[in-house]
Design a protein around this ligand. Structure first.
Ligand SMILES: [Ca+2]
Length: 157
């Protein structure tokens, strides 16, 4: 094996070879009929067929059921008591190849910038999921707000 063996001019092939094939498209194919897949009001990434307020792209990202009223598994708190570190825990789908998760932070809920949040990830006992602990570092004076953004990459219906 030479040092160029991992260079592949075809980015699609390279992507598939290094991880899994779990994608929104595959997730959707397992949960919707062909007729529903043809209707963006049912199976599009922005649709919410169960009316639980969670759109399909997020149902996928957090391992939920698009036909059941459910919410992401999420909790937060201060670890280590007074002066401790703010921490959040959430569960997301494991081995997805088309999702990006990114934290942003704000002091006023108007201006948001990328937040330096360190995450540790462990495989859940249910191998379909992973459990994420997000550490927000030391507390700052004044209000701090954080949000988790989820991006579905390169989806074509
Ligand atoms: Ca749901």
């Amino acid at each position: 094996m030479d040092r160029y063996s991992h260079c592949n001019p075809d980015p699609f092939t390279a992507r598939v070879s290094i991880s899994s094939n779990i994608t929104f498209r595959a997730w959707r194919a397992a949960r919707f009929s062909l007729a529903q897949i043809g209707n963006p009001l049912f199976a599009g990434p922005g649709a919410d067929p169960d009316n639980d307020g969670v759109r399909n792209a997020l149902e996928y990202a957090f391992g939920l059921d698009p036909w059941v009223n459910d919410k992401p598994v999420f909790s937060f708190g201060i670890a280590g008591g007074s002066g401790g570190v703010f921490r959040a825990n959430y569960q997301r789908i494991r081995l997805a190849s088309d999702l990006t998760f990114a934290w942003s932070g704000s002091t006023n809920l108007v201006d948001w910038t990328a937040a330096a949040v360190s995450e540790s990830v462990a495989t859940d006992t249910n191998l379909r999921f992973e459990d994420v602990t997000a550490n927000f570092g030391s507390q700052h004076p004044g209000a701090q707000f954080y949000r988790l953004g989820v991006t579905l990459d390169r989806f074509k219906p």
